[in-house]
Design a protein around this ligand. Structure first.
Ligand SMILES: [Zn+2]
Length: 426
């Protein structure tokens, strides 16, 4: 690990910049970068990267270019008309160390009913050491940590002695196609770190995720004339029950990577929509399921088993024999990922963590997925996931603990120094 005097200079620089970092985080949270509306947020990141001296590459995601890649997931909801990635490149004067990608995503999930929030979701609010707002936790704080860790090195008169790429991506919450687009654009490095909020622990394995939508369609009649007990909304329930059975079977049959985790693969019914009018029998009901799979499992095999389960359950119903369900795959078709053991990049992070925290780096396994799979599976680059302590991700009153963000930024700055090496700031 680098000299203790230099370490403390770097950490002091993180402290000196921290108010500015939090202001930048607030500015990011103020932009509701929901799916299809991320462009202004990416413009702000690009502007900050320019100001910090990076060479900035901003480009539009191209579905046609990505769709034959095994990591591609079918696009949800909106087009990529205003969907941009941003990458800032730092080049050293003389390369001495190992190159690095620091990655974060700026897309956020919908806020839900605003009245359920203590303060409005897109107005950042600081209370009791936490910064509240949609995206404050997952994961705009991580984007600021990436930028300000490197900026702190410069404030301390140093800079990374290897190429360093600041990646601000989108689509993390529905497909991962933003991270995929960086790979197809040609970005690659010796190590990757994604600052997803993971309570200052290293994530060593993550499940894969599949999104499936089931739609039932029948011919409607007047509710007063119905002569059977069939109802398309109620007809969803046995199909959901069959999926719950499949979930129980998969959890009883754990793959080695998640053998020590309780309830690792979760089937969650996330949306349901059906019916047209209170006095008409419903003609349509659609529901969405988010399904976890083990990293060892193949996505296509899982899709086959899921679809067979849906079709067998539907076939039990005489009406659905006539009107079989439509099964749609859109959004995640994503394999899981297991971080290889004993890598140099993990050792560098562990040393940096220990220098800041005076305690060893601990780890956990994730029952949700992150973008790290792309770098690991398709570039064979170990991809670390490590970030601040947050609460209520994807819920009301989402927040990041600011002192945790400060510590993570310090760890990151020391990690960059260790991994990339240092040279004098020009
Ligand atoms: Zn996230």
């Amino acid at each position: 690990m680098i000299d203790a005097v230099i370490q403390s200079q770097i950490m002091a620089a993180v402290d000196a910049l921290f108010d500015e970092q939090v202001d930048f985080l607030k500015a990011l949270v103020r932009i509701p970068s929901l799916r299809g509306q991320e462009a202004p947020c990416q413009d702000l990141v690009a502007e900050r990267l320019h100001r910090f001296g990076y060479e900035v590459d901003q480009w539009q995601l191209d579905e046609a270019e990505m769709q034959h890649h095994p990591g591609f997931s079918p696009v949800m909801y909106t087009s990529y008309e205003r969907a941009y990635n941003v990458v800032g490149t730092h080049r050293p004067r003389q390369r001495k160390g190992r190159s690095l990608i620091l990655q974060g995503h700026v897309d956020v999930v919908p806020a839900g009913p605003a009245e359920q929030w203590t303060s409005p979701p897109f107005e950042p609010s600081e209370r009791g050491g936490w910064l509240y707002g949609r995206g404050a936790g997952d994961m705009k704080n991580g984007v600021t940590a990436n930028l300000y860790a490197v900026e702190a090195l410069k404030r301390a008169g140093m800079q990374p002695a290897a190429p360093l790429y600041q990646q601000s991506v989108i689509e993390e919450e529905c497909t991962g196609n933003g991270a995929l687009a960086t790979i197809l654009r040609g970005y690659q490095a010796d190590g990757v770190l994604i600052t997803e909020p993971h309570r200052e622990q290293l994530m060593t394995a993550q499940v894969g995720v599949i999104w499936v939508q089931v739609e039932l369609n029948v011919v409607p009649i007047h509710a007063g004339h119905t002569s059977s007990t069939f109802n398309v909304i109620e007809a969803c329930f046995p199909i959901m029950g069959a999926l719950r059975h499949l979930e129980a079977k998969w959890n009883a049959n754990k793959a080695p990577s998640f053998a020590d985790v309780d309830y690792p693969v979760k089937f969650v019914f996330t949306k349901i929509q059906g019916g047209e009018w209170p006095s008409s029998t419903p003609s349509r009901c659609t529901f969405d399921v988010r399904i976890g799979i083990y990293p060892e499992w193949n996505v296509a095999d899982c899709q086959r088993e899921i679809e067979a389960t849906i079709r067998e359950a539907a076939a039990q119903n005489p009406v659905l024999q006539q009107f079989p369900p439509t099964v749609r795959w859109h959004g995640f078709l994503s394999p899981g990922y297991v971080l290889p053991e004993n890598t140099d990049v993990e050792a560098a992070l562990a040393a940096a963590h220990e220098a800041v925290r005076c305690a060893p780096l601990t780890s956990h396994k994730g029952t949700a997925l992150t973008d790290s799979r792309f770098y690991g599976l398709y570039q064979n680059t170990p991809a670390l996931v490590y970030g601040a302590n947050t609460k209520n991700s994807h819920s009301f009153d989402e927040a990041v603990e600011l002192e945790s963000l400060r510590r993570v930024t310090k760890v990151l700055a020391l990690f960059v120094a260790e991994w990339c090496g240092l040279e004098e700031y020009k």
